[in-house]
Ligand binder design. Structure first.
Ligand code: NAD
Length: 312
């Protein structure tokens, strides 16, 4: 069945690549990109675009009605590091944008919703290694609190109102098309840019900080697979754990040095270290594997190869 898709926050790190791939699959006119700002040329030139504030329900409703949208991907959010600087604005954006989209589902104005959660839902008391799907969740960041609350609301709207909302707890994402937007794992993108442009990088996390990470292509493929899965197979309506690889800054440095032997790194940790220390080292994603056949394709070596090749 032909879908008409609205992507909110389409100009960000994930939204840009998601929009381009969905346009390849469904045709440019079936995928409406939207954001509060314009995106890069590749995105802006590839199909319809609307300036749209995710916290404005009436504006959302109008765009949905105008284009006959049935599927929404809500990618607008304030990310972990920025949210610590503006806690109330982060809560306002992250929660109200979600309520607006869930209410479009409740009012039967859209049929399907994707909303991303994050490994930030976990906290310092969560088991750190192979973190299970169901476990202690006491997030200590504003961003994590908003994502955990969001997960509860997604499950509630599914159970109570039958809203078909689907979600993934993304790990840190590595990509080359768009720069990341203020998260704790941004170092893993910056490092490739600076390895090529300067030959050195000053890392804001300690060398041994191990975090769950994923190459963007895997993350987008997971998202589209989840959205294409028959509703009855989706057993988790809060958000699915998802994993591909875990690495430390020191691992990524070694991987880059195999291609660029003169690359050097220094470490000056900042406030993002504390956020990283509260998150898991690795994730158990067996529910995603069993329910909708998830399997990652990119490890660190393949990610490094793709990043350096494309950024050159
Ligand atoms: N990138 C990651 O590593 C990562 C990891 C886990 C979860 N996530 C989640 O994935 C989603 C997308 O993340 P991203 O990395 O692409 O973020 P990003 O910061 O790169 O992009 C977010 C986009 O939302 C837009 N935006 C901000 N306020 C808006 C508003 N009021 N209305 C409409 N648009 C608005 C911004 O202009 C930006 O283009 C977020 O929910 C984020 O929490 C991302």
């Amino acid at each position: 069945m032909q879908q008409t898709i609205l992507i909110i926050g389409a100009c960000g790190q994930i939204g840009t690549e998601l929009t381009l791939l969905l346009r390849e699959q469904h045709g440019a006119d079936a995928v409406i990109a939207s954001d509060i700002r314009q995106g890069n040329d590749g995105l802006m030139d590839s199909g319809p675009f609307e300036i749209l504030d995710a916290t404005d329900y009436d504006a959302l409703e109008e765009v949905v009605a105008y284009y006959g949208v049935d599927t929404v991907y809500l990618m607008a959010a304030m990310l972990s590091a920025t949210a610590e600087k503006f806690p109330e604005r982060a809560w306002d954006l992250n929660m109200n944008s979600l309520f607006n989209v869930l209410n479009l589902g409740k009012e039967k104005k859209v049929d399907r919703i994707f909303w991303p959660s994050s490994i930030a839902v976990f906290g310092p008391n969560t088991p750190k290694t192979k973190t299970p799907q169901h476990t202690i969740m006491e997030p200590s960041t504003v961003y994590g609190i908003s994502k955990q609350s969001g997960e509860r609301w997604c499950e509630y709207y599914f159970e109570k109102y039958g809203v078909d909302v689907r979600s993934i707890r993304y790990p840190g994402l590595v990509s080359w098309k768009t720069m990341p937007g203020g998260g704790t794992t941004d170092y893993a993108v910056e490092i490739y840019h600076e390895a090529l442009s300067k030959g050195s990088y000053d890392c804001f996390l300690d060398s041994d900080t191990e975090l769950p990470m994923m190459f963007m292509e895997d993350a987008i493929r997971a998202t589209l697979t989840l959205m294409d899965t028959a509703s009855e197979h989706i057993k988790i309506r809060s958000s699915y754990n998802l994993a591909a690889m875990s690495f430390t800054p020191s691992d990524i440095v070694k991987s880059i040095q195999k291609k660029l032997p003169d690359f050097t790194v220094s470490y000056t940790s900042d406030s993002r270290q504390k956020i990283a220390d509260s998150w898991p080292n690795s994730i158990d994603d067996s529910f995603a594997r069993n329910d909708w056949g998830w399997a990652p394709e990119y490890d660190l070596e393949r990610t490094t190869k793709e990043m350096l090749q494309n950024l050159r």
